[in-house]
Design a protein around this ligand. Structure first.
Ligand SMILES: C[S@@+](CC[C@H](N)C(=O)[O-])C[C@H]1O[C@@H](n2cnc3c(N)ncnc32)[C@H](O)[C@@H]1O
Length: 283
């Protein structure tokens, strides 16, 4: 600990004890829905801003730029706002961008939490994170190389293909014209991973050296088999050059759904209540 105390911390603003706490591979949080949840829950796959804030706090210093290429309704952008990091998000579906813009218009940050602008006293602070609508692959190409301190994201899991597919999770509308760019609509697992690698190469380019790509990915159970999607995504990123540094098994107790009685007294079927937080580094 004496040696650790002398080391200059190049990654974040945490002290040694806080750093150590964060290395536990089991990551249980208990954040109840916040004031913006009512708007954000239309998405169905949104993440609690407080959890994103914790992740951002570990992988950046105050003021450093965070990027989320699959921004949804803004879990990462709102998390970044909570801890004073500038953040840019890309999102394909205009509906989700609009919800984030509504949150920006109607909410402010006051005493470390979001509250309605109308209820805040003069001390309320505007939410600054900028979200751009479009395909992240195209938008990433406009980001200058090595300008981003951390990419923290939650890609769609394009694995449940065919009828019904990913629509359940994103309220995807088949008539939308951006259908082909939606990673969640990849025709099969292989094309999903190949496309993610293409995006991953751009992420590699925009990331500063020795900094981190953090991805939240849920595993799947499909047609009688467990699909370790988290590990598959980590391996896909490893193949394009990222070092796979580790994983945290995350579960938010406060919003966890009830266990469903799949095949009880017949076959083991897991209730997947966790997500994998994949930690990858450009080195
Ligand atoms: C799992 S959600 C992210 C949710 C987000 N973390 C939140 O808190 O709201 C993944 C998002 O990626 C978006 N997406 C899919 N393909 C995309 C692409 N090519 N470019 C940008 N966004 C895309 C989907 O529309 C979806 O909203």
């Amino acid at each position: 600990m004496a040696v650790a105390a002398k080391l200059k911390n190049r990654l974040n603003d945490l002290d040694g004890r806080q750093w150590l706490y964060w290395t536990d591979t089991l990551y249980i949080t208990s954040y109840p829905p916040d004031a913006t949840h009512q708007l954000r829950k239309q998405h169905g796959a949104m993440k609690p801003p407080e959890v994103m804030a914790e992740i951002i706090t570990f992988f950046t210093k105050k003021g450093e730029l965070v990027l989320d290429p699959f921004a949804g309704v803004g879990g990462t952008l709102l998390g970044a706002a909570l801890v004073g990091r500038p953040c840019v998000g890309f999102e394909l579906n205009p509906r989700w961008v609009e919800i984030y813009e509504t949150i920006k218009r109607e909410f402010v940050l006051a005493e470390g939490a979001f509250c309605r602008r109308s209820q805040a006293k003069d001390t309320g602070q505007a939410i600054n994170g900028q979200m751009y609508q479009g395909d992240c692959l195209a938008l990433l190409k406009e980001v200058p190389s090595e300008t981003v301190a951390a990419v923290i994201t939650d890609p769609p899991y394009g694995i449940n293909h065919g009828a019904g597919g990913f629509r359940e999770e994103t309220n995807f509308n088949m008539t939308d014209s951006y259908q082909s760019e939606d990673l969640g609509q990849a025709p099969d697992l292989e094309s999903f991973l190949l496309r993610l690698q293409e995006i991953g190469r751009e992420i590699w380019r925009v990331l500063q050296p020795l900094r981190y790509l953090v991805m939240l990915v849920g595993d799947r159970y499909q047609q009688g088999e467990y699909i370790p999607l988290g590990f598959m995504v980590a391996e896909a990123m490893r193949q394009i050059g990222f070092k796979f540094k580790g994983i945290r098994i995350w579960s938010n107790k406060a919003t966890r759904r009830r266990l469903k009685p799949y095949a009880v007294k017949s076959v083991f079927v897991p209730n997947i209540t966790h997500q994998n937080v994949l930690i990858l580094r450009k080195e």
